[in-house]
Design a protein around this ligand. Structure first.
Ligand SMILES: *[C@@H]1O[C@H](CO)[C@@H](O)[C@H](O)[C@H]1NC(C)=O
Ligand SMILES: *[C@@H]1O[C@H](CO)[C@@H](O)[C@H](O)[C@H]1NC(C)=O
Ligand SMILES: *[C@@H]1O[C@H](CO)[C@@H](O)[C@H](O)[C@H]1NC(C)=O
Ligand SMILES: *[C@@H]1O[C@H](CO)[C@@H](O)[C@H](O)[C@H]1NC(C)=O
Ligand SMILES: *[C@@H]1O[C@H](CO)[C@@H](O)[C@H](O)[C@H]1NC(C)=O
Length: 250
């Protein structure tokens, strides 16, 4: 027994010494030598809070998340989480498809990020989503909610927010529940020079409803060309939306 104890003690002492030496070596190094950066590339509208995912709304949450992760050394041992931000907003404050694509390439070349946060707008997410797929890195966004991002050519995109496809499925369940088979969709506020949120939301509903043969008629009107005769629109919905469904022929 005594012999076993003595035999084990020496390697143990050596090991403790080695550990101490190693700690000293580590303490002598500068923080940047021992820690590797994990860089997130952030592309969001910098100032325009009309966008729900604009930097003033998302930024504080991201900063808090980065602080929280870095405060717990067991989460990413020997690594520091950092982020680099560039705006996707043009001079008019609007999400810019071309700017977002340039920012993505710049950020990739300069920092070789592990992941992208944003963009949020559908038109800016499209080119960046194609790049991140090509680079094989994740793109996490609370936006990019258009139907076109579902599967297909954008496998790198993860939506943390609601998507229009989900909205469509929700509407579909309501229609199935009540046995509604005909619908009218009023599309308004379709500014083609911006991100067309109403257009893309309607698309989510329309594509899901059509997938189970629910009749969908659409009527587009120009809200900005006045006067809009809303009575006329309602009348036309009333005339076109009732009494023609196959299910009501009995
Ligand atoms: C990590 O990022 C910091 C800035 O946040 C920079 O000063 C440092 O050089 C980077 N370290 C490495 C290893 O790239
Ligand atoms: C992106 O942001 C960095 C640092 O904030 C800045 O130096 C750089 O000019 C920006 N890129 C462009 C293309 O604006
Ligand atoms: C956002 O606002 C800041 C401060 O007012 C300004 O410096 C910056 O250029 C603005 N960004 C964009 C993209 O307009
Ligand atoms: C929708 O209609 C098409 C053509 O009539 C039919 O082939 C298809 O099975 C229908 N789909 C559903 C979900 O009812
Ligand atoms: C608006 O449409 C209604 C229904 O078609 C019509 O009776 C009415 O005269 C129209 N009003 C105007 C101002 O054109």
């Amino acid at each position: 027994m005594a012999g076993w104890n003595q035999g084990a003690a020496l390697p143990l002492v050596l090991m403790v010494l080695l550990v101490l030496l190693d700690l000293q070596r580590v303490a002598g190094r500068s923080p940047h030598e021992m820690q590797k950066n994990i860089t997130l590339a952030v592309i969001l509208p910098q100032n325009n809070t009309n966008y729900p995912w604009a930097w003033p709304r998302v930024g504080p949450a991201l900063e808090r998340a980065v602080r929280t992760v870095n405060a717990d050394a067991s989460l990413l041992p020997d690594h520091v989480l950092i982020y680099r931000f560039n705006s996707s907003e043009d001079k008019a404050g609007v999400c810019s498809e071309s700017l977002a694509a340039l920012m993505a390439v710049d950020l990739k070349l300069m920092y070789n990020p592990w992941a992208f946060i944003g963009p949020g707008c559908s038109y800016t997410s499209s080119p960046v989503g194609l790049f991140t797929t090509h680079w094989d890195i994740p793109m996490v966004t609370a936006g990019a909610s258009a139907v076109a991002f579902d599967g297909g050519i954008y496998p790198s995109i993860t939506n943390t927010g609601p998507t229009h496809k989900k909205l469509g499925k929700f509407a579909l369940r309501i229609c199935e529940h009540f046995g509604w088979r005909e619908h009218v969709m009023l599309i308004f506020s379709d500014k083609k020079d911006d991100d067309r949120p109403c257009y893309f939301a309607s698309e989510g509903l329309q594509s899901e409803l059509e997938s189970i043969n629910i009749t969908v008629e659409e009527r587009v009107f120009e809200e900005h060309i006045l006067p809009v005769n809303y009575s006329n629109i309602i009348l036309s919905i009333q005339n076109g939306g009732r009494g023609e469904s196959p299910s009501t022929q009995t």
